[in-house]
Ligand binder design. Structure first.
Ligand SMILES: [Zn+2]
Length: 453
């Protein structure tokens, strides 16, 4: 590890006061942020650096947290465009996922993580529920270890009502979690972690929910679950349990600050009260919600109620990209049009959600999410010296409304350069693309999927 000085950039700190230093500097000492400030860096810092990065015409921001994806779907993007959720699962996701091997899971995760890096995410939560081979989760962890991203694997499970190929017994769920916890939780200097990932209320029995949630709290890990994504799911829940999703989770004693509620689109007022009172984190996936025509989450209202809201792309199967910069823009635009209010969600709000909200979802708010001394050296530099980004009147607005894929210039995690000057350093990207193309072709053949032209 080395010391890195980043200077001359617009430092978007995302601290409590929302300081932006234009220009400013950031000093990274090994895996931590040692100093941040306005203007030129003090001379004594220059004497201690190994690498100086000139960030002129760039925004320097905390690494974003992509708080919900399904990396295995990297091979599934574009396979079933323009379908609603339940049909999309049946015609695209389930048939291919059933044929997934450990090697497929590893290569799909490698490619998906490189895409996340290129989109400005330094931390990723992968909701991984395809256990067709015993080592799938290990393959995904291996990809995270090799690429260098900060990573939380929410091991997905369903024990009722779901596609038979993806259901497990409660014993199997617990024994695999115990095995993975011993093998991976806290690995790579704490960069890799594990949590429970109950898939959806309609795929999980009350007993196993209660049991895994107790165990999660004993182990000090979180719980990550899809809730209230489409209206039909609420009708199903009312028919089977007489409860809406959040009511059901509250009854079981699941809600708490260690729980991430992904989507949270179809909530009534009482459910928003329950979430606000519990401290649970909502993970908002605007592009996926639009892509699958799921609905519009009441994000401004949740934020007013003090609910921490994080941002995510969701899986590439329903997006089809992993670009967090695109997600920032989509989040703002969706709320503007849904509320017919141009100020419904501002660029500062979206950046806060991707960084601070994401850090809360990741369970490490004191460690990541802002550029402040003492926090982890997870940093992204975004190039604003491009035909589509300049002129820059306000760096935060430019990040959200002007930048996009191809704008991320440099990515640092734990003080280590994963990408610099738009070149990925952590893997041989060209070789990975070639291998992914082959692996993906063989997977489709095995799955018997013929892609419509
Ligand atoms: Zn999802």
């Amino acid at each position: 590890m080395s010391n890195i000085l980043i200077e001359q950039g617009a430092i978007v700190t995302v601290d409590d006061a929302g300081h932006v230093h234009t220009p400013g500097y950031l000093f990274l000492e090994a895996d931590r942020i040692a100093a941040v400030g306005a203007g030129a860096p003090p001379l004594e810092l220059r004497e201690r650096v190994d690498t100086i990065i000139d960030a002129s015409h760039m925004a320097v921001m905390p690494g974003m947290v992509n708080a919900h994806t399904h990396l295995f779907q990297t091979f599934l993007r574009g396979l079933a465009d323009d379908k609603p959720l339940l049909e999309w699962l049946k015609v695209a996701i389930w048939p291919v996922a059933q044929a997934l091997t450990e090697h497929d899971a590893y290569i799909a995760a490698m490619l998906g993580l490189v895409e996340n890096i290129r989109g400005g995410a330094t931390s990723v939560i992968d909701h991984q529920y395809v256990h067709t081979e015993a080592g799938n989760d290990d393959g995904v962890f291996r990809a995270a270890q090799e690429t260098g991203v900060r990573f939380l694997l929410a091991r997905g499970w369903a024990d009722t009502n779901y596609h038979p190929a993806f259901m497990e017994t409660p014993d199997r769920i617990i024994s695999e979690m115990a095995r993975l916890r011993a093998a991976w939780h806290g690995a790579a200097g704490g960069r890799l972690r594990l949590e429970f990932g109950p898939l959806i209320p309609w795929g999980c029995t009350a007993d196993t929910m209660r049991h895994t949630c107790d165990l999660a709290r004993q182990w000090g890990v979180g719980t990550h679950i899809h809730v209230a994504e489409v209206r039909r799911e609420i009708e199903m829940s009312l028919e089977s349990t007489g409860r809406r999703h959040i009511e059901w989770l509250a009854d079981l004693g699941v809600l708490g600050p260690d729980v991430q509620l992904v989507h949270s689109v179809w909530l009534d007022d009482g459910e928003i009260d329950l979430i606000a009172a519990s401290g649970a984190v909502v993970v908002h996936c605007p592009v996926s919600n639009m892509y699958l025509a799921s609905g519009v989450a009441r994000v401004p209202e949740m934020r007013r109620r003090g609910i921490p809201v994080a941002l995510a792309t969701d899986g590439p199967g329903s997006n089809n990209s992993q670009d967090m910069l695109e997600t920032l823009k989509a989040a703002c635009l969706l709320q503007k049009v849904a509320n017919l209010d141009a100020m419904a969600l501002l660029p500062e709000d979206a950046v806060w959600m991707a960084c601070r909200g994401g850090a809360a979802a990741f369970g490490q708010p004191a460690l990541i999410g802002s550029l402040e001394a003492g926090k982890k050296a997870d940093v992204v530099l975004v190039d604003l010296n491009t035909p589509f980004a300049m002129p820059v009147h306000k760096p935060v607005s430019a990040l959200v409304y002007n930048a996009g894929y191809g704008s991320v210039d440099t990515v640092i995690v734990d003080g280590k350069l994963l990408m610099r000057g738009k070149k990925v350093l952590c893997v041989d990207e060209e070789a990975l693309l070639a291998e992914a193309r082959q692996v993906c072709g063989r997977l489709f053949e095995r799955a018997g999927v013929v892609v419509e032209q």
